[in-house]
Each structure stands twice: as C-alpha cells, then as structure tokens.
Write a protein that binds this ligand. Structure first.
Ligand code: SF4
Length: 268
C-alpha cells in the first residue's frame, strides 16, 4: 500500500440522518478511504461542501476510534424500523480495519437490534465478520464490482482489492445464507458501456447466485469525468476493449435489461 496518513479521531455522532431513498441513517467507521478509487464521488462532494482536504483522496484516513461506544448510545434513540446504511462515504473494511476492528465492533453492536442494515464494500476482509452477520436479523451486503477484469481494475482502482478476492467474498456470503447484491457501480464510461462488455459482465454475474444486481453509470460530476477520460487515454493500450462503440444511456439500459432477463438475473 502507498503512503497513508492515519489519524485517530473521536466522533460526536456515528449515525447520521440520511435523505437517501434506501436508508434513514448512514454510518461510516472511517473518514477517507485508502482504496482511493479514481472515480470516487466522495472527494468531489467534500470539495463542494467546502471541506478542503490537504492530502489527495486515498492518501489519508481518519479512524473513528470511539465509534462503537457512540453507536451504543445513539441506538437507544433510533426507531426499530429505521434502516442503516454502512459504506456511503468510505469502505469500512479497508485495510486499517484489520488493525482497528471498528467495523466489526459496530456490527456486534447492531446485532442486538432488528433494524435493517445494508453494507456496501469491495473488501474481502468482511469474510472475517461473517459470524456476526449471521447473528443479525436483517442484513444485506452489496459488493462493488465494476469489472471482472483485473487489468481494468488495476487502472481505475489500483489500491482496491483484486477481483478474485471480491468473488470469493460473494461466494462466502452466499454460502453463509447472507443476502448479497452485486453493485455494478460505476459502469465505467468508455470501457464497460459496450455490447460485448455488458453481455460478458452479466453472464459472469449471473453465475454468482446474488439476490440482485444494482447498476449505475459513472457520475458525470465535475472533476471525475475529465480524470476518467485521461486515465482511458493514458492506458488505452492496456484496456481490453476499444474506446469506440459505446452505448448511449438508453441503449445501455435496454442492453442490461435484455441480458439480465436472458441470464435470469434480478435487477433493482
Ligand atoms: S472504496 Fe468506495 S469510498 Fe473508497 S475510494 Fe472506492 S469508491 Fe470511494
């Protein structure tokens, strides 16, 4: 892993009210993310909110060392039907979690409650916590997998876990009876939005026995697209697909619908 600036902090709250349609509360065990994916929208959103980070995204992480204790207190005031989403602004199972174990202690706390908990991660480290997930009443895990091709992964998210590890995570979760959603997010523009790539991805996805697939095109947020296109230009020779023949948004949606139906893959 490249140089990483780590800081331990004490948070005042760990559950934050959310206006997102899938959760009433969000929970992030860390601030910053060592995976530093090139297309991550979090640094762009931080900039928009006036949170100017001195270090580049992916080079710093703040560890909320008191998060489990704060959660214990906050859970007493949360209605049982409130849904909690873990992983909206960081990956809580990033490498530092191996040392700190904060996300695991958070799950242990949540296991006392019936609230729905939705997790999003791309880290096989979550395999460590399957025993806790099995004790939870209503939990689902979304595994982020923008590609099945490690050559593409290495270009756009070089510090994130390899594809084989994520597939292993999915298998282990499915085998443990935990509901898994495959997050095809983002669909990398100019790389994966092609007929062959779509069919290939969905054919492989259908073999994973996930409950459903959620897909989303790359955000066109300011700051992400120019960087994304530069990466494509720089690595064109290493990409397994040509930059031509990309699908329009509507074509992409109908292509995905067609192949999901053909391969028996449920979509949200
Ligand atoms: S793992 Fe998620 S939060 Fe972390 S850099 Fe990648 S997209 Fe951003």
């Amino acid at each position: 892993m490249r140089d990483l600036h780590v800081e331990e902090i004490h948070c005042k709250t760990i559950l934050n009210r959310s206006t997102m349609p899938f959760a009433e509360y969000t929970l992030n065990a860390y601030l910053g993310c060592a995976f530093g994916c090139s297309y991550c929208y979090v640094p762009v959103m931080r900039q928009r909110r006036g949170q100017c980070d001195e270090m580049k995204w992916g080079r710093w992480v703040q560890v909320k060392v008191n998060a489990p204790d704060v959660l214990r207190r906050q859970m007493l005031d949360i209605p049982m039907e409130a849904r909690i989403s873990i992983g909206t602004a960081t990956d809580s199972w990033q490498p530092l979690e191996k040392k700190y174990g904060i996300a695991r202690r958070i799950l242990e706390e949540l296991a006392y409650y019936p609230n729905h908990v939705g997790i999003v991660t791309r880290s096989p480290l979550l395999i460590r916590d399957i025993d806790v997930l099995k004790r939870m009443e209503d939990v689902s895990v979304g595994v982020s997998l923008p590609t099945f091709d490690d050559r593409i992964r290495r270009i756009f998210e070089p510090d994130a876990p390899a594809i084989a590890g994520r597939i292993n995570l999915i298998k282990r979760l499915v085998d443990a009876g935990i509901k898994v959603t495959l997050f095809w997010c983002p669909i990398l523009n100019g790389v994966m939005d092609k007929r062959d790539a779509v069919r290939d991805y969905l054919e492989r996805a259908a073999k994973l026995d996930v409950s459903k697939l959620i897909w989303q095109s790359l955000n066109y947020l300011e700051g992400i697209m120019p960087q994304h296109l530069q990466l494509i230009d720089k690595n064109r020779a290493a990409l397994p697909f040509e930059h031509s023949d990309t699908l329009t948004k509507d074509e992409l949606a109908s292509e995905i619908a067609f192949w999901c139906k053909r391969f028996g893959l449920a979509t949200a």
